[in-house]
Write a protein of this length. Structure first.
Length: 237
């Protein structure tokens, strides 16, 4: 076989393999499958941003990170594993309009698809929700975790301020928080259940969101503090 014919054959085979790799079966694209070593691999969050679809996976009960990845999917269905991946058990996503960034899991992705990660050493927990900041929405956002962790993050520097410690740090019984949302001047953390003295599915009796951590008290001026109150202890799912 002549060299030119051999090269043409190789190119044809590579093109065939590439086409087969993106075959779909009843709308399912096997090449888009993702995996981890955590015993459970779930889709934590999906968000369209900067001409890409972004996906994060999770392992169960991994507040300090895992081998899960941040995936970038192109318009022609190429699956890119981002090297900035630090894993965990994330389920949050929010587009911050002012800074032109997508916050998904522990990652901040700008309009040019540059990715920065917030290390779990700085923001311990399983992030479950984001919300706009009550007093400085242009420069900060909130992160809430499934085990009562509540953080304030600067959207430019990604500096983390702990407002309420995650119970993985405190080693105390926990409330299971499943989401968060902001309505004008009220930030809500709906409980998804708890472990404590008040019964299955209730927010435990000693779960106190009215007392912020010393870091929050020291850094926030009195007029900038937010008043917290528990409105309901039953789980909301």
């Amino acid at each position: 076989m002549r060299r030119r014919d051999f090269c043409s054959l190789i190119v044809s085979l590579l093109l065939s393999v590439s086409a087969m790799a993106q075959e779909s079966y009843s709308g399912i694209y096997p090449h888009l499958a993702y995996f981890n070593g955590g015993g459970e691999c779930g889709t934590g969050a999906v968000a369209p941003w900067a001409d890409r679809l972004w996906v994060i996976t999770y392992s169960p009960h991994s507040p300090k990170g895992s081998d899960d990845k941040l995936y970038e999917i192109t318009p022609d269905l190429e699956l890119i594993v981002r090297p900035e991946s630090i894993g965990g058990t994330p389920a949050n996503r929010m587009i911050h309009r002012e800074s032109k960034q997508l916050f998904i899991g522990p990652y901040a992705i700008d309009a040019e698809r540059n990715v920065r990660a917030i290390r779990y050493a700085e923001m311990l927990g399983r992030p479950t929700g984001n919300a706009r900041h009550l007093t400085d929405p242009e420069k900060k956002i909130y992160y809430a975790t499934m085990e009562e962790g509540f953080y304030e993050v600067d959207v430019d520097t990604l500096k983390v301020t702990e407002l309420y410690a995650d119970t993985h740090a405190r080693r105390t019984p926990r409330a299971d928080l499943r989401s968060s949302f902001l309505s004008t001047t009220t930030f809500t953390l709906p409980p998804g259940g708890s472990r404590g003295t008040s019964g299955e599915g209730d927010l435990r009796d000693d779960c106190d969101f009215t007392n912020p951590s010393p870091a929050a008290t020291a850094s926030d001026p009195p007029e900038g503090r937010v008043k917290w109150a528990i409105t309901r202890r039953k789980q909301l799912r």
